[in-house]
Design a protein around this ligand. Structure first.
Ligand SMILES: [Cu+2]
Length: 74
């Protein structure tokens, strides 16, 4: 996962979501600013994907594995 705080999005590689989409790498908005700020590049997360006419975003984000925080890993 990578994080773009300025745009309020994360880029996530996700597995197939039954009936919705195949496995892919894509950009999702994260609308909750404190949650966005808590995420780091390389974190592994689970989340609910919410879709409406305005687009898709993530809610209920849970970090299941924090990235190795050592410098130079990004
Ligand atoms: Cu997707």
């Amino acid at each position: 996962m990578s994080v773009d705080r300025a745009r309020g999005v994360v880029v996530v590689s996700h597995g197939a979501i039954a009936g919705v989409m195949q496995a892919m790498t894509m950009t999702y908005a994260v609308r909750e600013r404190p949650v966005l700020l808590s995420l780091s590049p390389g974190d592994e997360i689970t989340a609910d994907v919410v879709v409406d006419d305005s687009g898709a975003w993530l809610e209920k984000i849970v970090v299941v594995k924090k990235a190795d925080a050592s410098p130079g890993q990004r």
